[in-house]
Design a protein around this ligand. Sequence first.
Ligand SMILES: [Ca+2]
Length: 381
Amino acid sequence: MSNPQRHMTKRFFGFSLILLSVVFIASAAAQQPTARPKVIVDQDARGPATTDIQSILMFAQSPDIDLLGVTIVTGDQWLKEEMVHTLRALEIAGRSDIPVYMGAENPLVNSREESEFWEAQYGVLATKGAWTPTRDVKLPDGRVVHREYHAPDVVPDLPEGMPTTKAQPEHAVDFIIRMVHQYPGEVTLWAGGPLTNIALAIRKDPEVVSLAKQLVLMGSGFNVGMGGIHRINGRREFNWWFDPEAVRIVMSAPWKKITITPVDISVKTRLSDQINNEISKADTPLARYLKQYSRPSYMWDEIAAAAFMDPSIITDQKEMYVNIDIDHGASYGQTIFVEKDVKVPGWWKLATVQFDLNVDKFYQQYIRLMSLPTGAGKPKQ
Ligand SMILES: [Ca+2]
């Protein structure tokens, strides 16, 4: 073999070796189990089987999510009652391994008394969550249900049975701070209720914002006439209205990314009896629980959970500057927003707001997750 030929052969083998190595490394990487996204679910968990609990269960059921814990905040019900509903639902789903943490019992500034003063001047709100006085409440879907008010410390007997497990001793805010430090850049804070816990976490440790991967939330309302808690105004959405000052703190912080599921998209969905009948074919304790307690409703928080797991269900979304009115007058707690090209003060932050979805794909995803065998979401040993 002549020298040039030998040289060429050597180069050929050298090149082949590099190519082989690249192929080997690429295939090894493909075989690595992809890391499951780490999520903290912060929720006002009214039970049994409401949008609040159902969204928690979607995360608990998914084998593709690393649910670090559930942090509870007062909203749709008082904190202590929500906590036992959450523990019981996780027990039924075979996921008592997921730790539950108690957070804030009251909003930062807003209060039941102030809401009564507001209503006396501007009109009665459709629902006030934990603060709703004893009365018959007309739900957005037209049904009328009787609600009994009780104090924060009262935990009525649960129709679905009391849990045998307990909440963790650590406070929700400290858990959030500890997790974002333990897994910098990896933790998604998913908020399905008032933002009190997240605001307190930011105020206790501002690094929460830079250490979290992103903020995903259900809240706010834009151009919608229904779905809000005031008969004429969808911009007064429950989660944001309940603790407006917390929203101001959270929405003014420099998160890497904020994704919002507003009322506008919730009202395009409906959890029908047909969906629960479909799930009940699974014949698991969870399917039976949903069949017994889940009621037709807009799927507020379930969309925020589903879109996080599979963004392709969203067919229309838009970047906008979004915040909240904290003037303690008629407009207290209303969503405020402007288009992306409008010049705004520095504390306004851009958020991606979801406006439309593929409802069939969304319903299928919900049915699939809720029909999985008990404990399907548990980490593999
Ligand atoms: Ca909620």
